[in-house]
Design a protein around this ligand. Structure first.
Ligand code: ZN
Ligand code: ZN
Length: 366
């Protein structure tokens, strides 16, 4: 529980600098689940957190009262009926005047509703204060991400023993998802990507009714959510003999992945790390075929800050956890991406994923 107290303290330090006397976080129908979970441990879809210099107040409705009491270290107050007037009343009772509110998860509609009901209160939009805190992971969070990756990799090992030509992408993806759920995953962290043959050239292909064929490359971009934390891993395998072009492309991407990981260290910019990997692909004459950024933060959400990309303005700090995922995509023909998850350390990267990648894996294994 101590970690939640500390996080709320850190958040308060951050927001009080904006001259507010309260901070309001609203999670309605799951609208701000990751941030509320980060600050309280609560996993339900409706909860409101109010922070002031002295107090932390948690409100939920009767669907979640019992759960909230079990999950959080806070005194839980129950709202019945319309919650907005009750939350406004609570803010006034706390003596709040200027109320900070994160600007990433509140819809314009909700913001207008709060203003309408919040007579005497001024709402001050703040830029992603909780997300900023979440960028730097504790040792415990890093361990959770590692465990999510371990389960993700075990599933990939399992599915690669069974995958064969004639199966559809959807079958393979669902088999894998079922396996993950059975093995204890909360959920998959995103719709698992299983792409065969020419569909590997679509970076975010959705597993569909198409059949895998002998000679296809098969791209797996997969990850579970385990105890709230996400994994994100991409590997490409060959179902039978791959083409020379596939082997050549694999080598370039593997080299780019290596160069990207090598460039990760505290103090490096998201732009520099992206450039280190991109250079390898450009030097192979394939720069035009790498259309996305190199990587992103991973944590309670599968995509969070910081970003590694040509447009990134982020600087890496120790404890950040990011993906390194260069790719090369020949439209309608073939694509290769290799994605790992690494922790930023003072002098380099510690790689959390461990699934083999040095050679293009040929299936079935003999
Ligand atoms: Zn991925
Ligand atoms: Zn990713």
């Amino acid at each position: 529980m101590g970690e939640f107290v500390q996080r709320r303290k850190d958040l308060w330090q951050r927001v009080r600098a904006q001259n507010v006397d309260a901070f309001l976080l609203v999670n309605v129908e799951g609208s701000d689940q990751p941030n509320l979970r980060y600050l309280t441990g609560f996993t339900g879809t409706f909860g409101v957190l109010i922070l002031t210099a002295q107090e932390a107040v948690f409100l939920t409705d009767p669907r979640y009262t019992e759960q909230a009491r079990a999950q959080t270290d806070l005194a839980v107050e129950e709202v019945r009926g319309r919650w907005i007037p009750q939350v406004m009343e609570r803010l006034r009772l706390l003596g709040a005047k200027r109320v900070g509110i994160g600007n990433t998860r509140v819809t314009l509609h909700l913001f207008e509703e709060l203003k309408k009901a919040g007579e005497g209160l001024e709402f001050v939009p703040l830029t992603a204060p909780v997300e900023e805190l979440r960028r730097i992971k504790s040792a415990q969070e890093i361990q959770k991400i590692r465990e999510a990756l371990e389960l993700t990799e075990a599933g990939l090992q399992w599915v690669l023993k069974n995958v064969r030509p004639g199966q559809t992408e959807r079958e393979v993806a669902l088999d894998l998802e079922f396996w993950y759920r059975k093995e204890g995953a909360d959920d998959v962290a995103f719709d698992l990507i299983v792409a065969g043959g020419p569909r590997t050239s679509r970076p975010h292909h959705r597993a569909g009714p198409e059949k895998l064929r002998a000679g296809d490359l098969v791209l797996f971009d997969i990850g579970v959510r385990l105890d709230g934390y996400c994994a994100d891993l991409t590997r490409v395998v060959a179902l039978g003999r791959p083409s020379a072009k596939a082997l050549e492309t694999y080598k370039v991407v593997r080299e780019a992945n290596r160069a990207g990981i090598e460039a990760v260290r505290a103090g490096a910019s998201g732009k520099e790390v992206d450039a280190a990997a991109r250079r390898v692909i450009e030097e192979a004459g394939l720069g035009e075929l790498f259309g996305h950024g190199l990587g992103h933060g991973v944590g309670l959400e599968v995509h969070e800050g910081p970003r590694l990309s040509p447009a990134s303005e982020d600087t890496l700090l120790p404890g950040m956890v990011v993906t390194v995922e260069p790719g090369v995509y020949f439209p309608g023909e073939l694509g290769v991406r290799i994605e790992d998850v690494v922790v930023v350390e003072e002098n380099g990267a510690r790689v959390l994923s461990s699934f083999p990648k040095d050679e293009l894996l040929l299936l079935p294994r003999r």
